[in-house]
Write a protein that binds this ligand. Structure first.
Ligand SMILES: Cc1ncc(COP(=O)(O)O)c(C=O)c1O
Length: 502
């Protein structure tokens, strides 16, 4: 491949410094304008592009031949990214736990990447370190932890959960000296898969994660937890943590935290609360009580990029007793020698799994400074209200079967073809409806499996989504599903074919 070799000094204008600020201003304004234009014009959340169509366009770009021009690169970006991106700000994006973002957080994003602080050590961030610490203190206060609490920002719920379980494992190792193959983590059937992933990464055995059953509303059954704790004790197994979920990914269900906390307390077991989704309740004036008991946890995961309207990534791990964070600490001579800590120089790397780390906290900081916590809580309350109204809509609609009423903002349901040969096609019809809808770009919804059957899922995180939007999406889904049934039901009536959705 031919290379374009730059002549000496040609690259210098691209460096961001005191001599290039005008170029920076122009480039940022151009980028902001492009995004603003896309957002203004997006009449659907997705273009419906297929990987087959987009892959060759991206493959055809010669990375050895630069364009030497911001505008030209942005033109190209329109074609390979902006045109076909999935737009979470659109009211008919109803799929995963992605929220529209607030403007103060975007301001933070622009500042933090330009200044480019790294939050590992004071000598790479100074005030950034203190701002992150204030936000950790603030979040811990909202949880109801005492003055010994601490924590750190992370890249997301997956890392926060891993970090929490690492600390729990080290506590058990230090106090009980158990071997990894005897360690167990208990969570509910509706817990997040990152718990299993974390157990794997921590070198626990393949049987380390034990799931206990949930009730009709998909909340962990305390009686089942009590049984499992007893079974483990009798079998000589050491339960290193119970992971309760405050906002399960599919159902938004909140495990009964007070009962679980009491069981953990009597068994002397670490309680981790995965509030990646439910953390928005920390700022809700109407629903904070749904998190009652969270203050009794040993550690808590919060994902500001799920329910605080923050851009990815923005998450944190909080612990009731900050001293436990030492389990992830390492003192490197070149970076954070012990003498720094002894001199009281604040280093967040002492608490983090990461070394170089983005100043993601700045986004939340500016959000709180511009809008305040109540305003964020109001946005979250609004989507929870809308989800309740959407539940009523689906529950009253004979075309659908709904699973549970979420205390947060998901809605899991399925299209149920009328009694007859079409009924057998329900699974594939729901799968087909989801894909056909995404391909049309009219709306994006998610799917999941409940009790072995394919279901559709809406995750409402956008206060701009109206009940009419939801009703429209339901009609579109029903239309796609019924078309599938109409096309295949005559075949299904006469044979036992396996159906393949196209
Ligand atoms: C309950 C729960 N925990 C953890 C995670 C993982 O968070 P992240 O995607 O930020 O790593 C998710 C993601 O959806 C989640 O729903």
């Amino acid at each position: 491949m031919a290379m374009t070799s730059p002549h000496a000094g040609a690259a210098r204008p691209y460096l961001f410094n005191d001599r290039t600020v005008e170029g920076y201003r122009r480039a940022m304004a151009a980028a902001t304008e492009r995004v603003a234009d896309r957002i203004r014009r997006a009449d659907r959340p997705f273009s419906g592009v297929s990987p087959e169509r987009l892959t060759p366009e991206i493959a055809a770009i010669d990375l050895e031949r630069p364009l030497h021009d911001h505008a030209a690169a942005l033109d190209e970006l329109e074609r390979v990214y902006l045109r076909d991106a999935v737009y979470f700000h659109h009211p008919r994006y109803l799929a995963h736990l992605n929220c529209p973002v607030v403007i103060p957080a975007l301001l933070g994003e622009a500042v933090l990447s330009a200044v480019n602080s790294s939050l590992d050590t004071w000598d790479q961030s100074a005030g950034g370190t203190l701002i992150e610490r204030r936000l950790i203190e603030w979040t811990a206060g909202r949880i109801g932890f005492g003055p010994a609490a601490d924590g750190v920002f992370t890249s997301g719920g997956t890392q926060s959960n891993l970090h929490a379980l690492l600390l729990a494992r080290e506590e058990v190792r230090t106090n009980a000296g158990a071997v990894p193959s005897r360690l167990r983590v208990i969570t509910s059937e509706a817990g997040h898969f990152s718990v299993r992933k974390a157990a794997n990464l921590l070198g626990l055995g393949p049987d380390a994660v034990v799931t206990v059953e949930t009730d009709d509303e998909r909340r962990m059954r305390p009686a089942a937890l009590a049984r499992e704790l007893g079974r483990c004790r009798r079998a000589g197994l050491v339960v290193m943590a119970v992971v309760a979920t405050a906002g399960t990914t599919d159902f938004g269900s909140i495990d009964p935290l007070p009962e679980i906390a009491s069981l953990c307390r009597s068994a002397g077991v670490w309680l981790h609360v995965d509030a990646a989704y439910g953390c928005g309740l920390l700022v809700s004036r109407r629903r904070r009580h749904l998190l009652a008991g969270i203050e009794r946890a040993d550690s808590v995961t919060v994902d500001f990029h799920k329910s605080f309207f923050q851009p990815v990534s923005s998450s944190a791990l909080l612990v009731r007793d900050g001293a436990v964070l030492r389990h992830a600490a390492h003192h490197a001579d070149y970076l954070n020698p012990r003498r720094m800590a002894e001199r009281g120089i604040p280093n967040q790397v002492d608490k983090s799994l990461q070394t170089t780390r983005r100043f993601d906290a700045l986004k939340l900081w500016l959000t709180l400074r511009v809008m305040g916590p109540d305003a964020v809580g109001e946005l979250f309350d609004e989507v929870v209200d809308r989800a309740a109204a959407s539940y009523a809509l689906v529950a009253a609609d004979p075309r659908f079967e709904v699973v549970t009423r979420s205390p947060l903002s998901t809605l899991v349901f399925r299209y149920l073809p009328q009694e007859g040969p079409g009924r057998k096609l329900a699974d594939d019809a729901n799968l087909y409806a989801r894909e056909a809808l995404a391909a049309s770009g009219e709306a994006v919804v998610a799917g999941t499996t409940v009790d072995g059957r394919h279901h559709l899922k809406l995750t409402l995180l956008n206060p701009e989504t109206t009940l009419d939007d939801v009703a429209h999406v339901l009609d579109l889904l029903a239309g796609h599903a019924q078309r599938y049934v109409d096309d295949l039901a005559p075949v299904a009536d006469h044979s036992e074919v396996t159906h393949v959705h196209s």
